[in-house]
Design a binder for this molecule. Structure first.
Ligand SMILES: Cc1ncc(COP(=O)(O)O)c(C=O)c1O
Length: 407
């Protein structure tokens, strides 16, 4: 059977490719430091797993949920977002709704599938999450990346975003806290971004806030719509339980936005995946989200400590152009551009080729450390390091890695 151009155009996940090589090496008996994880290695709160157990006795937990999710849970997600982001949809004239989805990724696919016509452009702020361009292309849209680099602490400039907007721009995706940079954009940036968006009333905004609670350095993340609530009318907020409840496998996310967008997304969901997991939705209806902060506290301490390990080790090896302070999510984006190791690859000093995949492969073969090349995140010659490993192993791996970079 012939595979469609649509699916053929999707590139395979680099993370998975590297992971499988790391697994193969470890099966051959090699000790591998796997720093590719996109999930927390912790059990979720026992209050939450107890609620899941108690819902096991009910027939409804095994039956279809309403397509957009159980009304009580949708209401609860909306109230929780209003409370934690300090906003009020009704007061700002937004007829708001929520669709519970099979994870945050599915929420993004639903929104893009609902809003993107063939030929529409979607502005992405690089570095961006790998799945955005793949989903946009699947919808026959065009991703338009806006670059940034380590010297801007991976925050694209407002002028560059303005320059990327054309009459074809349909949507802009903002992901703060960010995967893969592990930073959240400043309040000042959010304010200016909001001002910019007011100049373009036709553009919709997706705010991917899946790492919202996972910041380990103040100030806490803020959003453009807090300073400019009139933008809520054309913003879709995406969040879920994957990261903050350490529950990536339970597949529950959600989108909150204008009712007409949610209703259309729900229609799409109804003919593709149906409603999300009933058992988990029912458990979440009774879960007290206020408990998440306490649950995350020790996790944040761990992430903060590992972020310090990276920064201090890079400084120790005098790799001053490779460090910045990451503050949120659980990643650090390592920039090879100004480190001695890249010189072994470059053909001459003007060579701008992206060598990250080769460098990461050499790092895996030689040091047994798995990290993810940044090309697919729109960040050539970088690699994403996950901060979630135990501190001792992490410190050992980062020491070896920095020695390699400085060589
Ligand atoms: C930025 C970003 N958005 C969305 C998601 C999707 O999360 P989920 O596992 O809930 O689909 C991820 C997962 O890694 C992510 O990093």
């Amino acid at each position: 059977m012939q595979i469609t151009d649509r699916v053929n155009s999707i590139s395979e996940s680099v993370t998975l490719k590297l992971n499988s090589k790391a697994v193969a090496l470890s099966e051959q008996g090699r000790h591998i430091f796997n720093l590719t994880a996109g999930q927390l290695p912790y059990r979720p709160l026992s209050d939450f797993s107890d609620l899941i157990s108690s819902e096991l006795d009910f027939l409804k937990s095994y039956q279809y949920s309403p397509v957009p999710g159980f009304p009580a849970l949708r209401e609860k997600f909306i109230k929780n977002v209003e409370k934690t982001r300090d906003i009020n949809f009704e007061a700002n004239g937004v007829d708001v709704d929520c669709v519970v989805t099979n994870g945050g990724k599915h929420a993004i696919a639903n929104v893009l599938g609902t809003l993107i016509n063939p030929g529409d452009e979607v502005v992405l702020l690089a570095p961006y999450w790998v799945s955005y361009p793949a989903i946009i292309k699947f919808c026959h849209g065009t991703p338009v990346p806006v670059q940034s680099n380590i010297f801007d602490v991976y925050t694209p400039s407002i002028d560059d975003i303005r320059a990327a907007i054309t009459p074809k721009t349909k949507v802009i995706i903002v992901n703060s806290p960010n995967n893969p940079s592990g930073v959240h954009y400043s309040d000042e940036w959010m304010n200016e971004f909001g001002e910019l968006m007011k100049e373009f009333p036709e553009i919709g905004i997706i705010s991917d806030e899946i790492y919202y609670q996972l910041y380990y350095f103040d100030p806490k993340p803020t959003f453009f719509y807090q300073r400019h609530p009139e933008l809520l009318k054309r913003t879709v907020i995406v969040d879920g339980i994957s990261k903050t409840l350490a529950s990536t496998g339970l597949r529950i996310g959600y989108m909150i936005g204008p009712k007409n967008v949610c209703q259309a997304a729900s229609k799409l969901q109804g003919q593709t995946t149906s409603g999300a997991n009933s058992l988990i939705q029912r458990a979440l209806i009774n879960f007290d989200f206020d408990k998440t902060d306490d649950y995350l506290e020790p996790i944040k301490i761990h992430l903060r400590e590992n972020s310090r390990v990276i920064v201090e080790t890079l400084k120790e090896y005098k790799l001053s152009t490779a460090w910045y302070q990451c503050t949120s999510a659980f990643y650090f984006l390592l920039d090879f551009t100004h480190t001695p190791c890249i010189e072994r690859y470059r053909k001459d000093k003007d060579d701008q080729t992206d060598y990250a995949a080769e460098i990461c492969e050499e790092i895996l073969d030689e040091l047994g450390i798995a990290i993810v090349p940044g090309g697919d995140f729109g960040a050539p010659n970088t690699a994403r390091i996950s901060l979630v490993s135990p501190k001792e192993q992490f410190t050992e791996a980062i020491g070896k890695l920095c020695e390699f970079l400085a060589r």
